[in-house]
Design a protein around this ligand. Structure first.
Ligand code: FE
Ligand code: ZN
Ligand code: FE
Ligand code: FE
Length: 194
């Protein structure tokens, strides 16, 4: 978190030195954290708009390409949804670098370089993709909880929509792995062993 916040609870009798009600202060600190986390995922989603097409281009399985391309479209909608949430809290939409997503995307790039093109690389792309989806699931879960606590009902609903899309994206990748990609990757590795 960027802003170092003072502990309001240290002040006596529920009133801070500035005279502000403590509940109000703590909720504004939570609002600050909410905004910071929004900026983080906003950066992450924008980075994914660049990363997903690269992953799709590297994939061979039609099912995987389709899943990645569909999720790219969803991701564009998620960016707009985040902009709507910024609007709802009357803040300018701004991105703050997410070190975690940068790392996850870098890992994905390494996997693609290390794995031979074909089913093995597809399996690697799914591995990287699922780690990305899980980070997003964690992020949107937290954001939705913050929004609900802050009484931001509409924002919470928007975040919930994205959360569900991320969960579905993760499940789709599991399905693609189990039904096609992992099976072919295993066959390919058996061929290598011959
Ligand atoms: Fe997303
Ligand atoms: Zn992040
Ligand atoms: Fe982050
Ligand atoms: Fe996603």
């Amino acid at each position: 978190m960027q802003n170092k916040t003072k502990h309001a609870s240290k002040s006596p009798k529920g009133v801070s030195k500035s005279g502000k009600d403590i509940n109000e202060m703590e909720s504004s600190q939570l609002m600050q954290l909410f905004e910071d986390q929004l900026k983080d995922i906003y950066w992450a989603e924008k980075a994914l708009i660049k990363a997903l097409p690269k992953m799709s281009k590297n994939a061979t399985s039609e099912e995987l390409t389709e899943a990645l391309d569909n999720h790219l479209k969803e991701t564009e909608g998620q960016v707009s949804r985040l902009e709507k949430v910024f609007e709802l809290i009357e803040k300018k939409a701004a991105a703050k670098k997410c070190d975690a997503m940068e790392g996850l995307i870098k890992e994905g790039e390494s996997i693609m370089e290390e794995c031979e093109e074909g089913p093995m690389r597809d399996a690697g792309i799914i591995a990287a993709g699922q780690k990305i989806e899980h980070y997003e699931i964690a992020s949107y879960g937290t954001l939705q909880t913050f929004a609900t606590t802050l009484g931001l009902t509409e924002a919470a609903e928007l975040l919930e929509l994205t959360l569900e899309e991320e969960k579905t994206a993760d499940e789709t990748l599991t399905e693609v792995a189990m039904s096609v990609v992992n099976v072919k990757a295993l066959e390919a590795s058996k061929e290598e062993d011959k």
